[in-house]
Design a binder for this molecule. Structure first.
Ligand SMILES: [Mn+2]
Length: 258
């Protein structure tokens, strides 16, 4: 039977220096580790080498979360947009160097001037997703576009459906359960576009703020999430992206799937 694998995002220790994060990777006895290419854990050549050693020693597989702080792929063409895309492409290149199996990124977002240019953020989002998808294909890296909330242009399942209806770019989805919960969309994603989902970020919240709580510490109905993933024969990764109760969250997910 289809059986997902539980992984862990190192997001929970993003406040700590990179050197303190490294020894925590093998501590959890988890084979699938998601690295966050941002903040104090931003990747570079030297860090890639350190991570490769950990990978070999402990027989791990990495996925990489793209930079997201201050990143908006919907920006109008210009210096900021060029720098953003250059940085994101670099992140895809690091993923390849790490022999990573997946690169996860966020869609574009609206800004303070969006009201003057209706649909412009949406259109540029499609264009840039296509561009990054092509770059990743050429690099041999699988990518997934994550549902977010707030000012982002792709939040609900209808945004993703609209995306697929307007372009032939078949970029897959990283379902973020916490983000979906804020938009009341957890079940919608899992029932309406289950075949598009190739990666899952598991964390919980109160339905209002994105506080990346432990599994079962918020309002998400995990029994239903697991039932729907089973129904969809989901057999890829479920990455715990909680920033507290990490061990407890891993145990809880394993229990739910046992
Ligand atoms: Mn996420």
């Amino acid at each position: 039977m289809a059986h997902p694998q539980i992984g862990l995002s190192m997001l929970y220790c993003l406040s700590q220096p990179f050197k303190k994060m490294i020894p925590q990777i093998p501590k959890h006895k988890i084979a699938y580790i998601e690295l966050v290419d941002d903040g104090l854990h931003e990747l570079n050549k030297q860090r890639i080498n350190l991570l490769k050693d950990v990978k070999t020693t402990h027989d791990l597989k990495y996925s990489v979360h793209a930079p997201f702080a201050g990143v908006n792929i919907s920006l109008r063409h210009g210096l900021l947009s060029n720098a953003t895309l250059k940085r994101l492409k670099k992140s895809i290149t690091w993923t390849r160097e790490l022999d990573g199996y997946m690169w996860i990124f966020h869609p574009g977002m609206m800004t303070g001037i969006s009201m003057f240019y209706p649909r412009a953020d949406w259109k540029r989002n499609i264009k840039r997703v296509r561009l990054l998808a092509k770059f990743a294909r050429d690099a041999g890296i699988e990518i997934a576009l994550e549902n977010v909330m707030g000012m982002f242009v792709m939040k609900n399942v209808d945004d993703f459906k609209r995306f697929y209806s307007e372009t032939d770019e078949n970029v897959s989805v990283a379902l973020d359960t916490g983000h979906a919960n804020i938009n009341g969309q957890v079940e919608s994603f899992l029932t309406e576009i289950p075949d598009r989902i190739i990666h899952v970020h598991a964390h919980d919240n109160d339905g209002k703020s994105d506080n990346h709580l432990g599994i079962g510490c918020g309002t998400i109905n995990w029994k239903s999430v697991v039932d729907l993933l089973r129904k969809a024969s989901y057999d890829r990764k479920i990455i715990v992206e909680s920033v507290e109760n990490v061990e407890q969250s891993i145990r809880k997910l394993k229990q739910l799937f046992s």
